[in-house]
Write a protein that binds this ligand. Structure first.
Ligand code: CTP
Length: 405
């Protein structure tokens, strides 16, 4: 008896007109080599960067940009209808705007309108375009509708510019596609959930020009917020001194001190399904705030700074769950006996999960990448290898989703 042929998932790779179009060749290669049947739909301007012959040769399918080619097959309807996944890489600001507003003036935008499968956008553009309120709103709209918009990477852009807007690594886009395909037509797993994430580091003022602070950049917390939004959650991000642009589709509350952070968390927590405390909270604050700048006095030693304890927010929300079944996650940066200290801290704080990082040179603070072990109150231990902070964030949400049932 003939063996039934394995069904190859049908992927449409949309390519819009940006210099990063050449990197989509690597994504296409990864997709075809792992058994996907890929149809490339470039825009007219994408063909200025990579020609139709390349797409056709790499995908094994004909390539056209317009709805008028092969009209007897009605490709603008068929391609979208038959796809298991549409991924647009690179997605320019113009393409995101068209997708958000339902414009359909070429084969790719027609395909996006007829697709009933999951859609992944991998944006690439100049930082100013990514940060423009019009693009932020378009991204928020697309995410609200269930599309996955991967955050662009930070780094060298076309020419001498550097900043946020680089096409994410093809390997990262490929992983996002695999995850979305594995999920199938099911809704993203955090749809209908409200999650609260704290990020950054608190600053405890000493006088009008000085504070006691820490080196947390907030990048891990922002990665948690972005990935939760991409997985369908309503996200409240409580940001302490991060200085980063608000992630699209996320409610951001800015705070300065530990006391303000506590207030914001307690206000947002009552209807939250999960609270993730990624912020580095100062354990102590100066007992007194000098309303004028503290001056040196000739011939005198400085006055000692007297500190008082700040509230432990994580312990407090873990002890008084605002809602039955709420999942509480903490973070711990440790230098020695990392896992043993982590286990003790998990018990002391009473949270469900504790993400334990080892702090060291190039590790954790300000870095783009991270590695960690996630300890569970149920005794579980999940190792997350060195990689982008997004990958750690995804693992945290996987573990949260499992606990939310
Ligand atoms: N945390 C908090 N409130 C504080 C201090 C910390 O909510 N006042 C939270 C952090 O957001 C983090 C977790 O507790 O999720 C662990 O933070 P860490 O600074 O490692 O813990 P500490 O309690 O400060 O422990 P120690 O200083 O003894 O290492």
């Amino acid at each position: 008896m003939d063996k039934p042929k394995a069904v190859r998932p049908k992927v449409v790779l949309g390519v819009s007109g940006g210099i990063a179009a050449y990197k989509a060749c690597e994504l296409l290669r990864r997709l075809t080599e792992s058994g996907h049947d890929v149809r490339v739909v470039p825009t007219e301007s994408a063909l200025h960067f990579v020609g139709a012959a390349t797409w056709s040769a790499l995908s094994g399918h004909p390539v056209s940009t317009e709805v008028w080619s092969d009209v007897h097959e009605v490709p603008h309807v068929r391609i979208g209808q038959g796809a298991d996944l549409v991924v647009v890489a690179p997605a320019t600001a113009d393409l995101l705007a068209k997708a958000a507003h339902g414009l359909a003036d070429d084969l790719l935008t027609n395909t996006l309108l007829t697709a009933r499968c999951p859609v992944v956008f991998a944006p690439a553009m100049h930082t100013e375009m990514w940060e423009h309120p019009a693009t932020r709103e378009n991204v928020a709209t697309l995410r609200r509708r269930g599309a996955v918009v991967i955050e662009p990477a930070v780094g060298r852009l076309t020419g001498v510019d550097t900043g946020k807007g680089r096409l994410p690594d093809p390997a990262e886009i490929f992983e996002a596609c695999r995850r979305v395909l594995a999920r199938g037509a099911a809704e993203p797993d955090l749809t209908g959930r409200h999650v609260v994430v704290s990020a950054g580091g608190t600053r405890e003022p000493l006088d009008p020009v000085r504070f006691l602070g820490n080196r947390s950049s907030g990048k891990q917390g922002y990665a948690l917020a972005r990935t939760a939004a991409a997985r369908g959650a309503r996200v409240t991000l409580i940001a302490a001194n991060t200085g980063m642009p608000d992630p699209a589709g996320v409610d951001v509350v800015q705070v300065g001190t530990a006391v303000q952070l506590r207030e914001a968390v307690l206000k947002a927590a009552p209807d939250a399904d999960a609270v993730v405390m990624a912020a580095a909270v100062a354990d102590f604050r100066p007992a007194a705030y000098a309303s004028g700048k503290i001056k040196k006095k000739d011939g005198q030693e400085p006055d000692p700074i007297v500190l008082v304890r700040n509230p432990d927010i994580l312990a407090e929300i873990s002890a008084d769950r605002a809602r039955a079944g709420q999942v509480v996650v903490g973070f711990a940066a440790e230098t020695d006996d990392v896992l043993a200290n982590g286990r003790t801290k998990l018990r002391r704080k009473g949270c469900d999960l504790l993400v334990v990082n080892e702090v060291g040179e190039r590790k954790t603070f300000g870095a783009e990448e991270n590695e960690a072990v996630v300890l569970g109150a149920d005794g579980s231990e999940t190792t997350v290898p060195y990689g982008p902070k997004e990958a750690l964030a995804e693992t945290v949400w996987d573990l949260v989703v499992r606990r939310l049932g």
